[in-house]
Design a protein around this ligand. Structure first.
Ligand SMILES: [Fe+2]
Length: 359
């Protein structure tokens, strides 16, 4: 499989759609987030999971007040590349404090009034922006159900296939591919990225597959197991086979996570088609090295994302992203996913406006 390492220096290629927020609109996001942060007050009961009803009420009541330019910028990616870079929130490095070593510490710092970093306010900004796009949600089994995840390199997890890793290439994957309620959109907000570490994105709509390969990959052949951030041992129980390729309004979609797919269990024909798809996703890979204040909006039904390897610093200045899962209530998924139980993993979805899954 071709390495994406050579693409590390390909910064913000023109194939990635960009939307620049007017300065006044970006300021309005920070201003409203600060106002809500002061009103609800930082504290572990609020900042721990961000699901406190008082905070949720403020988000829901106020995101509609943000300027039209913000709502316009947060619509789903418009091109076949399936990704958009939104520039940029005004962000000072000195307001962040030290990059935490793990997600637990990040949540604790956000809720520590004495710590006085902007992390909690930026969590609120991320929720406001995500609410403009759709319905932000979390997972009970991931980062304590927190609605905004912190992605930081974590000691002892360097080689994992998870957001806590660093020195290992994070293979291109659909976020939470194992689950029928996975996000339609993924929003990554960059707080700090001093070594310009690249996030990789590959659109299935840029790949070249022949009719036989499409047909093979559209059949449910293999399961996708939960990633290590949800725990281990999921391969021991029943694991439903899922289709790799699907369609939405006759346009190609995908569900792909090779690190958690037991490819050796498939026949030669399937393995060959799957490997071709993986090679194509590498061929069409684009790399975005986000800078502080930039947001990357990823269509999780169309695009797989990953990250190039990097050497963690562990000195308080490491790369730090915030991530939000977003459901688009108007989007539908294949009815065949209805029977999946998602390995018992449950969403935390306080903004859900309609019952049921995306179907
Ligand atoms: Fe991911």
């Amino acid at each position: 499989m071709k390495s994406v390492l050579s693409e590390r220096q390909t910064l913000h290629p023109s194939d990635i759609e960009r939307r620049d927020l007017p300065e006044s609109a970006a300021r309005a996001v920070r201003h409203l987030a600060a106002e809500i942060a002061v009103t609800v007050g930082a504290g572990p009961e609020i900042a721990g999971t961000l699901s406190h009803p008082v905070l949720l009420r403020h988000i829901d009541a106020k995101y509609g007040r943000l300027p039209d330019a913000v709502h316009e910028a947060l619509r789903p990616p418009a091109t076949d590349a399936g990704v958009t870079i939104i520039r940029r929130l005004d962000l000072g490095d000195d307001e962040l404090g030290q990059t935490p070593h793990n997600w637990t510490q990040a949540a604790a710092q956000a809720g520590d009034r004495a710590h006085r970093c902007a992390s909690f306010e930026l969590d609120i900004a991320m929720l406001l922006l995500a609410r403009c796009a759709g319905e932000p949600f979390g997972w009970e089994g991931q980062q304590g159900g927190r609605l905004v995840n912190n992605i930081v390199p974590t000691p002892g997890h360097e080689h994992e296939q998870s957001g806590a890793s660093s020195t290992a290439l994070l293979s291109p994957h659909t976020e939470d591919a194992f689950h029928p309620e996975r996000a339609n959109l993924l929003m990554l907000g960059c707080l700090r990225n001093p070594d310009r570490v690249g996030t990789t994105v590959s659109s299935v709509r840029h790949t070249e597959l022949d009719a036989a390969q499409r047909e093979t990959l559209s059949r449910a052949r293999l399961p996708i197991l939960p990633d290590v951030s949800y725990g281990t041992g999921f391969g021991d129980g029943p694991a439903p086979a899922v289709a790799t390729l699907g369609s939405d309004a006759c346009r190609l979609t995908l569900r792909f996570d090779p690190a958690y797919t037991p490819l050796d269990d498939a026949d030669d024909e399937f393995r060959s088609a799957y490997r071709h798809l993986a090679a194509e996703l590498e061929r069409v890979c684009l790399t975005a090295a986000l800078t502080p204040g930039e947001l990357l909006l990823v269509d999780n039904d169309v695009v797989v994302h990953g990250r190039v390897p990097f050497t963690p610093r562990y000195d308080g200045t490491d790369r730090w992203l915030k991530r939000v899962n977003i459901r688009l209530p108007q989007r539908r998924r294949d009815a065949s996913e209805a029977a999946e139980d998602g390995y018992g993993q449950r969403v935390v979805a306080p903004f859900r406006t309609s019952r049921g899954r995306n179907r």
